[in-house]
Design a binder for this molecule. Structure first.
Ligand SMILES: Cc1cc2nc3c(=O)[nH]c(=O)nc-3n(C[C@H](O)[C@H](O)[C@H](O)COP(=O)(O)OP(=O)(O)OC[C@H]3O[C@@H](n4cnc5c(N)ncnc54)[C@H](O)[C@@H]3O)c2cc1C
Length: 494
């Protein structure tokens, strides 16, 4: 038996350490195409913080990489295993530990699924707003580690804006508690924020304290149809410039509308080039606000406008938007004779005044490379997802897919945007991160990484490309001696 696995079995209950090859294969990767994935040495499924710390101590002692995983719904390869790594799956730490309605906070373990936290908060008349499309499967730990966004972030902000405090297992197995439970607090460096969006490269999050809000008031929903995607984007800019802050402002292009309708027929419009889905949730004021937004949409060239008749219809429209990814996956599967079609999901945020230029540029890129690129996204945030449809069985299609992806990134940065609005960097965008941040920004990243993970065992190759020099990198510590091993067992597992 491998020495690392043997040592893990000495400090953890046997059922936590899994080496079945089929299971290892399942845990190799997340949802991203175009990213390499290795085969882990083992998958560890800890049940509490002490077990996570014990696992990291063993890994540190052996210089073995550690890859934290939530639900593996990530779209950048950030959760992909590297060969010989210990995958630490956090899905077993899945308890909502506390909801405090008076302070409006929740304390959760990282494996809690986003929608489960929302439902738990709703029982107290509260809401946890960040709502990625993957909310029924992705975990709060994964959401925090990618600083995930979602549909209502246009009004309520992304995950990081809700994180008050964290418990984190550091690269040497020490347990850090940072942040606060109070409304205000500025003690010391903002360590909590450092781990938000760090994609598991600086520590493993084992507990999260989040802010909650009062549940939203009555929601009113509007649909606006446009003859071109650029016209719909112009309307988004007009709505935001007029000072409206809707609780949802989503864009779907014709390809997405058709894919969703084919996936689950619900009477979505088939002729428009683009649809905006807009909601307001300001109760008594929602109707007037929606009417003013409708005026903006009409002035920006909407061909048709509809208001959802009731809450049921509004929910059906939101549910349709949530089906965008699975519907496009089915479209891709059916698009090629190989049956191996797939999606490369891009994630660019540009200033809202420039999204029309962005989508026009994406259309040109798509035509130039001869690949279908559909567009969906959180338009109210300027955050769009060009979705590139590729044939995984055809190397030339994959190659063109990569070039389309890079051209879209280049376009986004040229328009003053960022290479990721919400999905993170992972493996897919390391080079683009370096271009966006420049040498000084990358050096600060490297220094922080080296300070918190001097042996480079935490999720290697993510965010910072391996070929980038690793500032201050030390060699892995020597193997544990027998007496030290006993210490690990005694101190970490009570
Ligand atoms: C259908 C679909 C819709 C989506 N919609 C959205 C959307 O609207 N908005 C959005 O932002 N994203 C979206 N995503 C992407 C994805 O769901 C998010 O990135 C999500 O936050 C990932 O959560 P996860 O639990 O699956 O994490 P994983 O994919 O398992 O991991 C993501 C990253 O977090 C790290 N990590 C996980 N848990 C921990 C932990 N406890 N401690 C430290 N590091 C950890 C991993 O190492 C990895 O780097 C979507 C994906 C799909 C498939």
């Amino acid at each position: 038996m491998d020495a690392t696995v043997e040592e893990l079995l000495a400090v953890l209950p046997a059922d936590r350490v899994l080496t079945d090859p089929d299971l290892l294969a399942v845990h190799r990767r997340d949802e991203a195409d175009l990213c390499a994935a290795g085969t882990p040495l083992a998958v560890v499924r800890p049940r509490d913080t002490a077990e996570v710390a014990a696992t990291v101590r063993v890994a540190a002692a052996h210089g073995v990489p550690v890859v934290p995983q939530g639900a593996r719904t990530g779209l950048t390869g950030a959760a992909n295993a590297v060969d010989g790594a210990l995958v630490v799956s956090l899905t077993g730490l899945d308890r909502v530990l506390e909801i405090d309605p008076a302070e409006r906070i929740a304390v959760v373990q990282p494996g809690v699924v986003n929608a489960d936290l929302s439902r738990a908060a709703a029982e107290h008349g509260l809401a946890y707003p960040p709502d990625p499309g993957s909310w029924e499967s992705s975990t709060i730990g994964g959401n925090v580690s990618t600083d995930a966004g979602g549909m209502c972030c246009v009004r309520y902000g992304v995950t990081g804006e809700y994180v008050l405090g964290l418990e984190v297992v550091l690269a040497d197995g020490e347990i850090l508690r940072c942040g606060r439970r109070t409304v205000k607090g500025v003690a010391g460096y903002d360590l909590t924020r450092l781990f938000v969006g760090a994609e598991g490269t600086l520590g493993i999050i084992t507990e999260i304290t989040v802010r909650l809000r009062p549940a939203a008031d009555e929601i009113r929903t509007l649909v606006a149809l446009y003859p071109t995607v650029a016209a719909a984007c112009g309307a988004v800019a007009a709505v935001t410039a007029a000072g409206h802050v809707p609780s949802m402002l989503e864009l779907l292009d014709r390809t997405h509308l058709g894919a969703i309708e084919a996936y689950r027929p619900m009477g979505l419009p088939g002729t428009a080039a683009a649809m905006l889905l807009i909601a307001t949730d300001t109760g008594d004021r929602a109707g007037a606000e929606l009417a003013a937004i409708a005026d903006c949409c009409r002035a920006a060239g909407a061909s048709e406008l509809y208001v959802a008749e009731d809450a049921e219809q509004a929910q059906a429209l939101t549910a349709a938007r949530r089906l965008a990814h699975p519907a496009m996956e089915r479209l891709a599967t059916q698009a090629f004779p190989s049956g191996r079609g797939g999606l490369v999901v891009d994630d660019v945020a540009v200033p809202r005044t420039r999204i029309a230029e962005f989508v026009t540029g994406v259309e040109e890129i798509s035509a130039r490379h001869g690949l279908l690129v559909a567009v969906v996204g959180h338009a109210g945030d300027g955050n769009l997802h060009p979705v590139i449809v590729v044939d995984r069985a055809d190397p030339s299609s994959m190659d063109r897919g990569r070039r389309v992806f890079d051209d879209i990134m280049r376009l986004g940065l040229a328009l003053g945007g960022t290479c990721t609005g919400e999905h993170g960097v992972g493996m897919l965008k390391r080079d683009w991160l370096a271009r966006e941040l420049g040498p000084v920004g990358m050096r600060v990243h490297q220094v922080l990484k080296a300070a918190l993970d001097p042996s480079g065992i935490l999720n290697p190759g993510k965010v910072i490309a391996p070929e980038w020099p690793q500032a201050g990198r030390r060699r892995p510590p020597p193997r544990l001696r027998a007496s030290k091993k006993t210490d690990v067992a005694r101190t970490v597992i009570p």
